[in-house]
Design a binder for this molecule. Sequence first.
Ligand SMILES: [Ca+2]
Ligand SMILES: [Ca+2]
Ligand SMILES: [Ca+2]
Ligand SMILES: [Ca+2]
Length: 535
Amino acid sequence: MGLQSTPLEEDHDPNELEWEASLRRHMGTFTKFNSIDSTQRVQWAKDNLFEELSAHGSKRAQLEEDRGKWAKEEEEMKARHLLELRREIVRGWMRIEEREWQKIREQWKEEASTLQEEFEDELRRLQLITSSVHNSINSRWPPLPTTNPGPVAIVGFGQDGVSILPNGFKAQSILVVKNFGQNAGGWLTSKHLRLVADVTGNKRGDIVGFGERGVWISRNKGNNTFTGAPKMVISDFAYSAGAWRIDKHIRYMADIRNVGRADIVGFGDAGVLISRNNGGLNFSPGTLALNDFGYNAGGWRLDRHLRFLADVTGDGRLDIVGFGESHVFIARNNGNGTFSPAQSVISNFCVSAGGWQVGVHPRFVADLTGDGRADIIGCGGAGCWASLNNGSGGFGPVNLVINDFGTAQGWQVDKHPRFVADLTGDRRGDVIGFGDAGVYVAINNGNGTFQPAKFALNDFGVQQGWTVSKHPRFVVDLTGDGCADIIGFGESSTFVSYNDGKGNFGPVQVLTNDFSFSGGKWAVDTTVRLMANLD
Ligand SMILES: [Ca+2]
Ligand SMILES: [Ca+2]
Ligand SMILES: [Ca+2]
Ligand SMILES: [Ca+2]
């Protein structure tokens, strides 16, 4: 090797130079090593070794330090990783939870809307049944003894008891009985029935309630006063006495025997039951007057069939008229509290005969000809159809008598109340309907044919804010002239419009602010409002 040669620095790279320097150092060491004795050599070796060892030591310390650093870094990395992992897990849980919540929320929403639908269905069903009961039991609605000439009062079964507004100049109601209310005796429209009927025979309406355990009466003492403590007159025809149900049975008070006092009449499971009113608030136990027109006897259902009490024979006694599955039946009143077997008189006006439905097509039993015998009229598809009583126990052909008040003209039971009432004082029923724009009437010509329907009043209609679910409207003679007037229980006032005697209606006036919806104080599902002769 050219150790003696002069290196040309520019020819060598730095590594080569370093290597050469190291070689020179070794060479020096070697020369030095050869020039010393053995003791010195040992010492030198020791020194050298020590040097090497201390170099190793510092290297090792460095390594240790590095290792410590790396370990720390590793720890930190692990910690960061762990944190990241934890965050990921939390995020995952949150995602899962969010999905779960979403599911739960959707489930809740679904359940809530199902409940809402069920509630609305039930409400509609109850309203339908209530209106069908009211519509069906008598040819007039409200089914009250308002036929006496003379003033008619408002009777309201409120939450705290019975209030009346006598017909006159007073605008303030009087709380007459602290009973028969939801908060006064626990009366519920879904279970109990409250109405007004003359049970004493003095032509004054008494308060009657079909309650939880029996039938209760508060007697009209005259001068707008009533017995404060109702008397239970029979332990039957009630929710837990006889298992009478609003949605299965019909209960009513009617003077079935023409004795001047109302008996209890019930369309129950086994048929028509009557409890005779013996006077002095004494009632006989209920007896079966006819084994038909009942829930089990004949399969009569409130949501498919209609049952009326009306005189079809002209003898002044109420007979039964039933709109069954495919026939209209009549059962004659025998005069002693029993009825003759039902006879089919028309194969129409029924759910399976003509497609007449309780919730779509109002049907009425009313005298359209003035002979004192009830005829039949119904609001169908194309308009109003009528069948006239022929006076010999039968009914004539079914004819379209008014081209209005039918589904074809947009009339709906849940929006547009329709009634048959005498608007002209000739004792022949006219047709009146509360439509979208207001009140429409069709006047009877006297023989069961009608003049075309005409617009009579731009109020009490859907467009003026009147709804079936909140605002009952009655067509009843308020003045005693034999011509029905209009009374409507509105949102915050009770309004009237008087009939001029020809079927025209005068300006709408506020009668009182009582008995109006008033934010739910007089809601249809908790209260009952009726019109009745009280004096
Ligand atoms: Ca009769
Ligand atoms: Ca008639
Ligand atoms: Ca008339
Ligand atoms: Ca009148």
